[in-house]
Design a protein around this ligand. Sequence first.
Ligand code: KDG
Length: 315
Amino acid sequence: MEIVTFGESMVLFNPDTTGPLRYVHNFNKSIAGAESNVAIALARLGHHVGWFSKIGDDEFGRYIKAIIRGEGVDVSRVVTDPHNNTGLLFKERFAHVNPNVYYYRKNSAASNMVIKDLDFDYIKSSKILHVTGITLALSPSARETVFKAVEFAKANNVLVSFDPNIRLKLWRIEEARPTLLEMAKLADIIFPGQDEGRLLLGTEDPKEIAREFLDMGCKIVAVKLGKEGCYLAKQEEDEFVTGYIVEKPEDTVGAGDGFAAGFLSGVLQNFSLRGCGQLANAVGAMATLVRGDMEGFPTLQQVQRFMGTEEYIDR
Ligand code: KDG
């Protein structure tokens, strides 16, 4: 594996119509989950990637595994929990505003993840371990599992990639902040958004955010600036990389995961910092062109066309 990641994926029910959920009759069934989004995006870009989680012994768990496997992601380390259900997520859409998200994941199989569910040889076999703050929020045992995996990765020269992905519906900021900062200190690459800079460090200034994380020990900080692009920093170099304007985004959820996947793809190919940022911006932007959390991630050829590095013949 080039990259291994783990965390909860859920069955996502996206309403066909806008308005309060009690008036919605039809839903589109798909999957959601920040880590599997990153895994799928990387697989579409042509990488060997593994994702695992704990799923219920139920139809929803089998569905999630089948979809992710179908995307070319290795799911051989997924654990089935005979006692707890697979988590679900419902969106509620209104015109011109971000959708509401309702989680049905309390005590889900994934939130019952424990250290015993980790395959250490599998983690050791990969170049990068990618984790997010969502798993840290799920339960004490899931949190302990992420810390254990990350400490093991560090001790075995596997690069640690971390997206704080603050979800205030899952935990209070007073609890989230110290935990996420503790994890940030262990990360080699970190992907904060500006809002996360504000919540964690009290600043939205990309340069200040980057400086704080570099001082904590991160080697690369990629601050996501939405359509403005990103600000990237290492100890010895830093730069802004301009983003892509998407006039009418269909769905912005998943853009951050696309960004992380594009960036990590660049890292795996030894791209320059700027090259990593350009690919990250493009994959993140393309994620917003399609409704759904992971449906819009491009193949390598599609992203090259989007970036204008490959000629497009449409017929
Ligand atoms: O980054 C997108 C994810 O947040 C989404 O797919 C669902 O993992 C998810 C969550 O916990 O909100």
